[in-house]
Design a protein. Structure first.
Length: 273
C-alpha cells in the first residue's frame, strides 16, 4: 500500500489537507517518501478527563491534535516518530473501553477506540508500520519509555505520603519519573532527565532518591572503567595535555643549537641529527 501511494498526487493532496487543517500552528508534514495511511478520532486519557483527539497515521510518524472543527480545523499538533513507539493493550475500565497505551521515550498515554474492531485495526496498522520502519532503519524496538501520567481524578490523596488530601487550594502534581499524582511536599525535588527534557523536571521524593542512587552507581562504574584503562597502560599518568618544562629541557641539548624552529627551510632530519 505504501509503495503504491508514495509520490502519487492523491497522497500529496491528502497530506496537504492535513497541513491546512492545522494551519500556521502546525509543522509541515510533506517530506519525500511519506505516506498518509489513515486517520480517525480516538479518546485520549488526559490529566483532567478523557478528550477526543484526531489521529493521523503516516508510514513513519503518528500525528495527533485537538479538534476545533472536525475535518476543517485542528490545533495542538503533536508528532511522534514511529520508531520510538511501543504499544500495550489494556483492560477495560468502567469509564473507558477498548483501551491501549502508546508508549514513547518522551511521553506515554492511553487512548481508546469506539469499538473492539477499531482498536484491533489501529494496533494492527501501527505495529505493521513500526515493524517495517525498524527493519528499514536496522534498529531494535525501543525499550525505555516515559511513564504515563495517572489522571487527576484517579485519587483524592497524595499517592506517596497518602496523607495530604487534594482540594481547591491543595494542588495535584505529577512526578515525571513514575507518573504518580503527588502533593507539593512530596515533589519538591527536580532532576535532569535528558531523555525527557533539557531542563530539570519535578519528581517525587522516592524517585529522586532512586535517580540519585542510579547516578552514583553510574559514576562508580565509569570510575572503575577509567582505573582499569590506566592500570592496563604501564607508566601511564593522566595529564592536562600540556608539555612540561622538564621534558623540554631534556630535549634541548639533543637538537642543534643553531636550529631555527618553525622555519620551513629547516628539514625534519635536522631535529634528529
Amino acid at each position: 500500500m505504501v509503495d503504491h501511494l508514495v509520490n502519487t498526487e492523491i497522497n500529496s493532496q491528502r497530506i496537504a489537507a492535513v497541513e491546512n487543517c492545522f494551519g500556521a500552528s502546525g509543522q509541515p508534514l510533506a517530506v519525500p517518501g511519506r505516506v498518509l495511511l489513515g486517520e480517525g478520532i480516538l479518546t485520549k486519557e488526559c490529566r483532567k478527563k478523557p478528550k477526543p483527539r484526531i489521529f493521523f497515521l503516516f508510514n513513519d510518524i503518528l500525528v495527533y491534535g485537538s479538534i476545533v472543527i472536525n475535518k476543517r480545523k485542528y490545533n495542538s499538533q503533536h508528532i511522534i516518530p514511529l520508531e520510538d513507539v511501543t504499544l500495550e493493550t489494556l483492560p477495560d475500565t468502567v469509564q473507558m473501553k477498548n483501551r491501549w497505551m502508546i508508549k514513547t521515550s518522551k511521553k506515554s498515554f492511553v487512548v481508546s477506540a469506539a469499538s473492539l474492531t477499531e482498536r484491533k485495526e489501529w494496533i494492527s496498522h501501527l505495529e505493521e508500520c513500526i515493524r517495517h520502519l525498524l527493519t528499514k532503519m536496522g534498529r531494535q524496538p525501543a525499550t525505555e519509555h516515559a511513564a504515563p501520567w495517572i489522571p487527576d481524578k484517579a485519587t483524592d490523596i497524595c499517592m506517596r505520603c497518602t496523607q495530604t488530601k487534594f482540594s481547591t487550594l491543595t494542588r495535584r502534581h505529577h512526578c515525571r519519573k513514575c507518573g504518580f499524582v503527588v502533593c507539593a511536599e512530596c515533589s519538591r525535588q527536580r532532576f535532569l532527565m535528558p531523555r525527557l527534557s533539557p531542563k530539570p523536571l519535578r519528581v517525587c521524593n522516592l524517585c529522586y532518591r532512586q535517580l540519585l542512587a542510579e547516578k552514583k552507581k553510574e559514576a562508580e562504574v565509569d570510575h572503575r572503567q577509567l582505573e582499569s584503562i590506566h592500570s592496563a597502560v604501564p607508566g601511564y599518568e593522566p595529564s592536562s595535555g600540556d608539555d612540561s618544562d622538564k621534558s623540554d629541557d631534556d630535549k634541548a641539548d639533543q637538537w642543534p643549537a643553531d636550529t631555527e624552529f618553525y622555519t620551513s627551510a629547516v628539514p625534519w632530519s635536522s631535529f634528529h641529527s
